[in-house]
Design a protein around this ligand. Sequence first.
Ligand code: NI
Length: 177
Amino acid sequence: MTVRKVLRMGDARLLRSSEEVTAFDSNELHELLVDMRDTMQALDGVGLAAPQIGVNLRVVIFGVESNPRYPDAEFVPETVLINPIITPLAQTKEDGWEGCLSVPGMRGLVPRFTNLRYQGRDEFGALIDRTATGFHARVVQHECDHLDGFLYPMRIVDMRNFGFSSELFPDDNLQDD
Ligand code: NI
C-alpha cells in the first residue's frame, strides 16, 4: 500500500497535457493503479487522475458508494478509465459544487455537461463505452480535465462561488481536506 503525495494547485505538473497509455496489463500500469486507489481511498476522494500524483499519463479512476466529502453524492461505479474520450450528448450544462484533492479545503460552483458518452480502456485494455448523467457525468469531466491540465477553479464562471468548504457549508461538517 502506497499513499502517494497529491500535488497541489500551483505545481506546474498539474498544468501539463498528459500522454496516452500505449501498453496495457503491464506491471507499471497495475502498480500505478494500486497507488492511485490507495491514495484516493486514504483521502476519501471520489476520483483521482494520474497527473495528481505526478504521473503524466492519461489515466483516471473514480467511483462513489458513499463518501464523507460528498454526503449527498449519487452512486458512481468504480472505474479505471484510460485514454478517455468524452462526447457531450446534449449542450445542456448544470452548475454543481466541486472539490479536488489538489485544491484542499475548497469548493467551487462549476458548470458541466449533464449528459455525455465516455469511451476508453481499463487497465487490461478492455474497451469502456458508457453514457453518464448528473454527478457521474460531472466526475468524469472533472477527472478527465486533469489530463489536459485543467483544475476545476479554471472552470468557475463566477468567482464569488469559490471558497473554503467550512465557510461555504458551515453546517455540512465536510471533512477539511
Ligand atoms: Ni480533481
